[in-house]
Design a protein around this ligand. Structure first.
Ligand SMILES: *[C@@H]1O[C@H](CO)[C@@H](O)[C@H](O)[C@H]1NC(C)=O
Ligand SMILES: *[C@@H]1O[C@H](CO)[C@@H](O)[C@H](O)[C@H]1NC(C)=O
Ligand SMILES: *[C@@H]1O[C@H](CO)[C@@H](O)[C@H](O)[C@H]1NC(C)=O
Length: 264
């Protein structure tokens, strides 16, 4: 009876292994879903997106109909980059369309339920265009295309906690006079706000002044990239839909990107 028992054990193993893997949120699964989002944006058709039955589309902080949003129009994508959060099972994708008649700089967080990257539970987009804060898609593209976003070696990755604290401290600078001093600014760090470049980025910082904290914060934290993206409502200066992304390398802030929607 040795043979059947051995086969029985094998069968049990085969049955257990895939379900264990299915419970994990993987980088490849997240990035595959992010690529499907970019493909949908290029075609201007949402039909090929695998949306979950309870799916939410949000654009510029308002829940809305995906069929009437940015994804219903085709855009040429001139630059894109994605990061992955395996704990929240979410991704962040930045894309720029600079060559068409209606340029865009967009930050999108995609969320999955139950670690199931085969289905998209939420697409949450901040989309800036002509008339928005410091908007110039060609300049933004030029600065961001020149950046180095290679994965960090395992030993020098900032923790989730460090990344979340940096993202929060950044958004707290407008209401907390001491927040700026808690951020580990790198000496060769670059800040691209809309299309405005500030280098080093630790200069010209706010030190309080507003009583309204920036709200509606949603995070995508990627330790491998050393990055945090926070979508929010920029209440400290008026209720503007906003994305702030920070990259930390060698323990110091290296890049800051902001997308802020204040146009009509
Ligand atoms: C989702 O995946 C992450 C990363 O692999 C894991 O830490 C977490 O426990 C998983 N959660 C569930 C509900 O399976
Ligand atoms: C659908 O998703 C929304 C937002 O994530 C949540 O509040 C709601 O409970 C969900 N409904 C169901 C039936 O799962
Ligand atoms: C996104 O960027 C990568 C390189 O970073 C490129 O290989 C890919 O073709 C781009 N995707 C789209 C849809 O433009």
């Amino acid at each position: 009876m040795l043979r059947p028992t051995f086969l029985g054990v094998l069968t049990a193993l085969v049955a257990v292994v895939p379900s264990t893997l299915a419970a994990d949120c993987t980088r490849e699964g997240l990035l595959t879903a992010a690529r499907s989002y970019l493909a949908a944006q290029i075609s201007g058709k949402t039909t090929e997106l695998k949306l979950s039955s309870n799916f939410t589309y949000q654009q510029n902080n308002k829940v809305s109909d995906i069929a009437k949003g940015l994804l219903s129009t085709s855009y040429k994508i001139d630059l894109n980059r994605s990061t992955a959060d395996l704990v929240a099972c979410a991704s962040y994708t930045m894309w720029i369309s600079s060559s068409g008649s209606k340029p865009y700089v967009v930050g999108t967080q995609i969320r999955h339920r139950n670690n199931n990257t085969a289905e998209i539970a939420m697409i949450d987009t901040i989309a800036a265009t002509t008339g928005d804060l410091f908007f110039n898609a060609k300049d933004t593209q030029k600065y961001i295309a020149a950046e180095d976003w290679t994965s960090l070696p395992a030993a020098s990755r900032p923790s989730r906690d460090v990344l979340k604290k940096a993202g929060d401290a950044y958004l707290d600078m407008w209401t907390d006079a001491k927040a700026a001093d808690t951020i580990p600014w790198g000496t060769n760090c670059e800040r691209v706000e809309g299309s405005r470049l500030t280098k080093p980025c630790g200069g010209q910082l706010p030190h309080g002044g507003s009583t309204k904290p920036n709200g509606m914060r949603r995070y995508v934290i990627d330790e491998e990239m050393g990055s945090v993206d926070v979508l929010c409502q920029f209440d400290s200066l008026g209720n503007m839909p906003d994305s702030h992304e920070i990259r930390i390398t060698d323990g110091k802030v290296k890049y800051v990107h902001t997308i802020t929607v204040n146009g009509k």
